[in-house]
Ligand binder design. Sequence first.
Ligand code: PLP
Length: 445
Amino acid sequence: MPQSRLIKPLLDQEYPMISHGKGIYLYDQNGKRYIDGSSGAVTASIGHGVDEIIEAMNEQAKKVAFVYRSQFTSEPAEQLADTLCRLSDGHLPWTFFVNSGTEATETAMKMAIQHWQEQGRGTKTKILSRWMSYHGITVGALSMSGHPLRRMRFVPLLEEYPSISPPYCYRCPHKSSYPSCQLACASELERVIKRIGAQYIAAFIAEPIVGAAGGALTPPDGYYEKIQEICEKHDVLFIMDEVMTGNGRTGTHFGYQHWNVKPDIVTLGKGLSAGYSPIAATLASQKVIDPILSGTKVVMSGHTFSGNPLSAAVSMAVLSYLERHKLVDQVEEKGKRLKQKLKRLQGETSMIGDIRGKGLLIGVELVQNTLTKQPFERHLNVMSRLVEKAQRNGLLIYPAAAGEDGIDGDAVILSPPFIISDDEMDELFNLFSLSIKELEHELKG
Ligand code: PLP
């Protein structure tokens, strides 16, 4: 019998064996403690081992863990949809539950296409997106993504969806600066729509703040307002992929609430259950669903585990926990504190080019030369080395792509759980600072 092997991200690498987690800390089986400075994959927003969530999970599992969505609805799923509608101030009354962020964006894509089909406008099938974006790993979701490394091997299978430049002010794609740029990166959307023809375009999708594909790229004021205006003018639906930014990560329940916009479709994942059980969602405005409601009445998507009562109850408990402890209200202040510390560190080292993001979604771009913004040479593997060094020092951080085209740069994301205390934040910062300084020393040596 051949020995069975778990396929891990790197097949030939040893990974520490997790033992347990409590609060912002994770412990491996050798007793080593790690600060979860990235909430895993920007997911564990209320920290680990929260008793209330485990109790809610237990209670629901005892009642019923699974029902098929074509046969039953459940109280937890209905309550969760109600809560999400309330958190969107009633703007997103319709919820479709799925199991991962990828499924949520793929459902958003299908919902947008179906919205137009039901009105006899079946040629509107293309989804526009931005270069340097990540919307998921399946063929549909990857077609909408501008993450070169993740696309690379599957390009022949992907739909040829056009993309526009990201709002990357540190490396402005138009070699300009805000506000004199007049938001040229947003204006690109109109040019692409006109070139392709609005009759072929179903929607435009964007992450409010670009996560893995850009290291917390945050648009300047007015960017999304302009995007929405262009979408409305050309009958193109506006999808906000809030898988990473949703559920309070940036200091508001939805990232879009930082701006004066109302996207037609919004996706959630990661923080929706804070990692306690797989669940994600695609939320839609009345306008999106109306033609389906007066047409076939079926949103053509769905998975066996969609909206299972166990995950829905867990997610409901997480959202209640966030509200009861007013955690989202604290995110902005905590993020500011960490950013201030990082700004000081920028003055003490020579490799931090940019610090960006909102709330507790903070990107740090690493460069070889802070004056010219020249990235490190690829073979130096700076981002991976920093992530590894930090982990060795007991701090988990999240790797991100950066640089022109999202290929040649290095960035990391700091996104600790919202429950982090001031002392814990100091500890996180000190370990990050130590790791950066060690790497800088090594690179100079
Ligand atoms: N959308 C965004 C913005 C993400 O950050 C991710 C994951 O990182 C996804 C979609 C895909 O989510 P999942 O990994 O849960 O499929």
